[in-house]
Design a binder for this molecule. Structure first.
Ligand code: 13P
Ligand code: SF4
Length: 319
């Protein structure tokens, strides 16, 4: 309504006045994604978000997503002030990989190259040789395998298992999972595929193996969007956070998008696959960042410097 429009107008004004850029993940509310695109910001997957924040000339970044995305932006751009609409927006993968426990695990396997997923704290990244996201994990691990490296992987066990299968690398896996993707169900998905035999099946690799095994395309959020935009099929079954449907509909208005089934959704719940932490991002939170400098990401300099290497290595590799 009118109140929302006023908040959006005010945010647009303040983004200019404060020399700030808004970068958003595909899982946040559609209004925020639109605002990012309309104001010269960006909506993207986690690799592209990191690169965008680093390369943008603004003095201030507002990162709409979850904590690790804001932290990566700050690690890469210490000269910028980085703000998030809600600092409590975390991730089950980050929560499930405590930095002290991880250090103990690592100490047991000093011969292994440490590869961590982006969805981890700065304190975990500070212990890693490489950071990867779902869009570059396959290529980076493949390269490490060619170099004869053995890998210690954390935290997502489904993504780790998928990369292991695809590359044949020697990988020791941490036992973490995404609470959203872990809920996709293979039996129900097969039934849905039976009802839509011509649909193309797109699966994010944080999903369980049995679901990944049914996919036509396995990839990052950006890869899934690309598959819908470029695909020749009319129907697409989408197994990832349903926040992504907003951008898919904008970019491919003539395609039919069907949400993949989770434990709760097939008939009763139309929006089960949605990350509770991504949902904490709101317009009011963005306004608070700009008006009150709330939600600032601060990282201790020694941790930041240690965490920087693994992210830069990834950005150089994917250039
Ligand atoms: P992408 O890197 O594919 O965007 O996924 C990251 C993720 O799961 C964010 O929650
Ligand atoms: Fe983490 Fe999953 Fe939420 Fe992404 S969707 S932020 S991986 S809990």
């Amino acid at each position: 309504g009118a109140a929302k429009a006023a908040v959006i107008t005010r945010i647009k004004q303040l983004l200019i006045e404060r020399d700030a850029a808004l970068v958003a993940h595909y899982y946040v509310d559609g209004d925020i994604q639109d605002l990012a695109m309309e104001t010269g910001g960006f909506v993207a997957d986690s690799l592209e978000m990191a690169r965008f924040g680093k390369n943008h000339s603004a003095k201030n970044l507002i990162v709409a997503g979850v904590r690790f995305m804001g932290e990566s932006a700050k690690i890469l751009s210490p000269e910028k002030r980085v703000f998030m609409p809600d600092l409590d927006a975390t991730c089950s993968l980050d929560l499930g990989c405590d930095a002290t426990d991880f250090a103990a695990f690592r100490a047991l396997h000093p011969d292994r190259t440490v590869v961590v997923y982006a969805n981890t704290s700065a304190a975990v990244k500070a212990q890693a040789d490489w950071m990867v996201t779902s869009s570059c994990a396959l290529a980076i691990v493949h390269q490490l395998k060619v170099e004869g490296k053995k890998i210690l992987w954390a935290p997502d066990r489904h993504l780790g298992r998928y990369i292991q299968e695809q590359t044949g690398a020697d990988m020791l896996l941490w036992n973490g999972a995404c609470i959203v993707h872990d809920e996709f169900k293979a039996v129900e998905l097969e039934m849905l595929m039976g009802a839509h035999p011509n649909a193309m099946v797109l699966v994010h690799p944080e999903s369980p193996q049995a679901v990944v095994d049914l996919a036509d395309v396995v990839g990052s959020t950006s890869a899934m969007i690309k598959a819908v935009v470029e695909g020749t099929a009319t129907e697409y079954i989408v197994a990832t956070d349903n926040g992504i449907l907003h951008r898919m509909r904008q970019l491919a208005p003539n395609k039919v998008l069907i949400e993949a089934p989770t434990a709760g959704n097939s008939a009763t719940c139309k929006s089960c696959a949605h990350c509770p932490w991504m949902a904490m991002n709101g317009l009011q939170g963005i306004l608070d960042c700009l008006e009150n400098a709330s939600g600032e990401i601060l990282i201790e300099e020694d941790v930041r410097v240690k965490a920087l290497g693994c992210i830069e290595r990834m950005l150089d590799f994917t250039k």
